[in-house]
Design a protein around this ligand. Sequence first.
Ligand code: BES
Ligand code: MN
Ligand code: ZN
Length: 492
Amino acid sequence: MNFELKTLDLKAAVSHACDALIVLVTADFKPATDAVSRLIAQARASGDLDATPAKLLSIWRTPGVTASRVVLVSVGEGSARLVRQAVTAAATSLKAAAPKKITICLPDGTQQRLQAAAQAVADASYVYTATKPSAKAAVLNRVVLALPSAAKTQAAKDDFAHARAHVAGVALAREWGNRPANHATPSMLAKVAQTLGKHKRVRCQVLGPKEIEKLGMGSFAAVARGSHEPMRFIVLHYDGAAKTQAPTVLVGKGITFDTGGISLKPGAGMDEMKFDMCGAASVLGTFEALAQLQPAINVVGLIPTCENMPDGTALKPGDVVTSMSGQTIEVLNTDAEGRLILCDALTYATRFKPRAVIDIATLTGACVVSLGAVRSGLFSPSDELAHALQEAGEAALDPCWRLPLDDEYAEGLKSNFADVANVGGRDGGAITAAKFLQRFAKDYPWAHLDIAGSAWKSGAAKGATGRPVGLLLQYLLGTVAKPAKSTQRRAA
Ligand code: BES
Ligand code: MN
Ligand code: ZN
């Protein structure tokens, strides 16, 4: 989808050529004398345009307006959340009309609003076609984001670039999340990463079974053992700053299908375990956004990826494996496989002397029970890192919620036969999983995002969401070093 930023007040919007004009109307809207303003004023007066957020009024071929369709939509006080809600409602209402070019008239203002509008229209018009030839591909290909006066400022241009990169990153994560396991194997994810590696400042390295074994990743390799698909360890680099600047490392869980292994999952709904690589997809999506934006930071992406299958060669309950860290692990449940592949990637991360490491994983059903689909679970022993991630989530409308890491939660992970067991009891399952990971993340500030509830939707709207690319991108852009005040003055 092509986005464009334009200066366009309502007076100019009247003669603007597009298939559909979406006009966001704030509660304090002051009508001017143009045709659209008059329409809004009349609709308000007659009670046809309710001021309740997301209430809309569609108008077809109105005299004096070039666009053949006008959708007026209320946005209350105009917060980013309400902008998202309003644009979603308006774009959804236009689906049957299948417009090719939409123009959205926004109030002047924040990056968040621009991003919310862009993401909402992209989400509403997404169509999955990769394995569904009968699906009608999306026809919408041009979206103009119109601001009444501010579009020419550098701030607006930067905000727009961020919004556009955000949309592209989410789209990539969403698309790969959706692809079925036989169309998104570990080797195929590695290909996606290699393609990203062609961008300026991006490098990609892919390790296969031999190299992974050689590194001593016995825990990761043990999970992959039951599958005929060869495992991959993907290493992505985005080098946007001096080599001396410590990178942020993102680690994404890439289980392309989770049957549970010998601790087999029940059949109902098992198809949704194709989404068990959404953490990996969010890392790939974030790199797509970084490649577009080229910010002055260093980022490393690590993706351990394999299938979790039952087989004669598969890992068995009670087996003890040796992780790359040297710690041995008693595998009491082969369905707790995410932590087994992540722990070795967390150990590998140490070599980059990172400023912070964030892992992203569809890790536990328990997290879905705790937080549902609204907020991702956030775990971190570092208040500073936790706060930065929480704030990024709020700003990007991709929120998370912090859960505790008291040592008492690790009690259940004790084992008589290894340094640690891979499961505790049923209670507090999202936290025990995080406590397991924490043992392997002692060398740097670390945070863990459990996206089991937020990464995809079930039911009629079944599909990946592309989360938490928004949160990650927002967070990473916040780590760009700001020039010191004195240097700024000297430069000016
Ligand atoms: N991928 C699942 C987690 C999951 C389950 C995400 C359901 C979304 C919906 C993970 O590998 C898993 O199976 N976790 C187990 C852990 C348990 C065995 C301690 C779980 O949550 O049941
Ligand atoms: Mn599992
Ligand atoms: Zn899993």
